[in-house]
Write a protein that binds this ligand. Structure first.
Ligand code: HEM
Length: 396
């Protein structure tokens, strides 16, 4: 086996997954790959196999299982701490998930549409009133994603920038153990203060309700609430913000698709195509086998690690015709950008509304929006689990 993870990527085609995945998909969609600590988990690069793996309850996301594949030092550092609920044992995961699932129901998320629209409009007003070129990430994508999740959770708006900086260290592919520990400590301290404040006076927010209904009656420990809230902030702002930024880059690089997007009869379908094409979760979904199982004809033994590569599955040529083309009118399809199976993104209803409002508003209100530098000069982030850029300079 010669391949190692992460696969090298040609950053001249920033929105395309590493070319090596195409080769693997065609030759060996279930294969072994070497990761930073020398271990060799399975790598699943084909769509059908990814679907099978994500739906299989014998592949667990419990970080502490023997053989769990840690794809970076940051991932391994988290293993030794109190883990957020998706990475716990099945029993703990299901119990904590049930406490908040309703908070993210499509009906409740739809009720947030006016807040999302207002946040997008106000943020855009501020960007348009500022200097040109502007950085679409800092002036638009990050504030919109962060302010919406802050409102939902009950996190004070003015704290989002600091929390984002800490989140980047936690989500880094390259930061060492010490920096990650410090970032996790800071995040824990912050959300402990949020729990304390909600114990004194529970707010009418997700954090307030969880504290009042779960923590105070003793159904959820304070530490578990802290880890739940910091995870919800972490996962509720980063992927959305990066998707706003990278989705805008994808549309600006394919200008014929902007009009098609705005005219789409089914905006959700157009958003789904952007999600497929961009796939911001460029790090593999990590799982460990709790029993022997077979995927794509390969026997995976209990205790072996499995990596499921979503961006590769989303470009599988046996499922998507002309997969490297962005086509917002593509027939309805089921891409894997928001996951699949029991760990399917809990914030998916929110993410879909945000993306529809963000791109609809951005390109309707600013029809002259353009990249202010050639795409080769955009500083893409090469060291993070999410596909993003340090800066996306735009003008109009
Ligand atoms: C475009 C934006 C988003 C993308 C691309 C995205 C992607 C994903 C993916 C791929 C997973 C599955 C992880 C796995 O199977 O290993 C996931 C899970 C999750 N996402 Fe999202 N997400 C987005 C937005 C959000 C938002 C806004 C929230 C709100 C809090 C959120 C909360 C979660 C949670 C809580 C999980 C864990 C679910 C579980 O394990 O049961 N996500 N997301």
């Amino acid at each position: 086996m010669s391949d190692s993870y992460p696969m090298p990527k040609d950053w001249r085609c920033p929105l395309d997954p590493p070319a090596g995945f195409k080769r693997l998909r065609q030759e060996a969609p279930v294969s072994r790959i070497r990761v930073w600590d020398g271990s060799t988990p399975w790598l699943i690069s084909g769509y059908a196999q990814a679907l099978e793996a994500l739906a299989d309850p014998r592949l667990s996301m419990d970080f502490r299982l023997p053989g769990f594949p840690h794809i970076s030092p940051a991932s391994a550092t988290r293993r030794d701490r109190l883990l957020p609920f998706p990475f716990r044992s099945d029993e703990e995961y299901r119990a904590q998930r049930a406490m908040i699932l309703q908070e993210f129901s499509p009906r409740r998320m739809e009720a947030l549409r006016p807040l999302i629209q207002r946040t997008v409009d106000e943020t855009l007003d501020a960007m348009l009133a500022g200097p040109r070129p502007a950085d679409l990430m800092v002036a638009f994508a990050l504030p919109v994603a962060s302010l919406v999740i802050c409102e939902l959770l009950g996190v004070p708006r003015e704290d989002y920038e600091r929390l984002h900086v800490i989140s980047r260290t936690i989500g880094s592919r390259t930061e060492g153990r010490e920096a990650v520990e410090r970032a996790l400590d800071e995040m824990d301290g912050y959300f402990q203060r949020m729990v304390d404040a909600n114990k004194r006076e529970p707010g009418d927010t997700l954090m307030g309700r969880v504290v009042a209904e779960q923590v105070l009656p003793g159904k959820l420990s304070e530490q578990d609430a802290v880890s739940m809230f910091q995870f919800l902030f972490f996962t509720g702002h980063g992927p959305s913000a990066y998707m706003f930024g990278m989705g805008a880059v994808a549309l600006l690089l394919n200008p014929d698709q902007i009009g098609e997007f705005l005219a789409a009869k089914d905006p959700t379908q157009a958003v789904q195509e952007l999600l497929r094409y961009v796939t911001v979760s460029q790090n593999a979904r990590q799982r460990a086998a709790t029993e022997d199982l077979t995927i794509g004809g390969h026997l995976i033994r209990a205790g072996e690690g499995v990596l499921v590569q979503l961006d590769s599955a989303n470009r599988d040529e046996t499922v998507f015709s002309d997969p490297d083309r962005l086509d917002v009118n593509r027939a309805p399809h089921r891409n894997l950008s928001l996951g699949h199976g029991i760990h399917l993104c809990m914030g998916r209803a929110l993410a879909l509304i945000e993306l529809e409002v963000v791109f609809g508003t951005l390109f309707r209100r600013v029809p002259t929006l353009r990249l202010a530098v050639p795409v080769e000069d955009i500083p893409f982030k090469q060291d993070e689990n999410l596909l993003g850029a340090h800066e996306v300079p735009v003008s109009w």
